[in-house]
Design a protein around this ligand. Structure first.
Ligand code: SF4
Length: 138
């Protein structure tokens, strides 16, 4: 099986705060499979570290009120192309991210409040028929 994985889950320091979300559970699960590792936010040209973003009124915006929608959407498109080219069977994605979140995202108020919804990249993968799994449901 070929599995796309959010790069931060594999230990890549690509999170907004310069850290990662390394998951031992993911490392175990992917043993013996082909892996495609992507970080759509970095692919969209955003730096590490970066100011955290949420989806505000449908547009990705950072905590300072600056629009980052173009970067998020172009990064998601780049990573979608990679996923389609590689013909991945499944994508394991980091929870609650404005890019990778599968079930829940923050509500755009930067107060830590969650709502149901998908991140920009997860939404795009899903629209193109790629099965997405929240790492917490693995
Ligand atoms: S965009 Fe996805 S892969 Fe990149 S740091 Fe955020 S959750 Fe991880």
């Amino acid at each position: 099986m070929k599995i796309l994985v959010s790069a931060c889950l594999l230990g890549q320091d690509c999170k907004y705060n310069g850290g990662n979300n390394y998951s031992k559970k993911v490392a175990e699960y992917i043993k013996g499979h082909d892996i495609v590792s992507v970080c759509p936010e970095v692919a969209g040209g955003l730096p590490v570290p970066r100011i955290p973003c949420e989806i505000v009124g449908g547009k990705v915006t950072n905590k300072n009120g600056e629009r980052k929608d173009l970067e998020f959407r172009s990064g998601a498109e780049i990573c979608l192309k990679k996923a389609l080219y590689e013909k991945v069977d499944l994508a394991i994605l980091q929870s609650r991210s404005p890019s990778c979140g599968v079930k829940q995202i923050y509500d755009g108020s930067f107060t830590g409040k969650l709502i149901s919804g998908k991140g920009v990249f997860a939404e795009l993968l899903s629209k193109h028929g790629i099965k997405i799994v929240d790492v917490e449901d693995l």
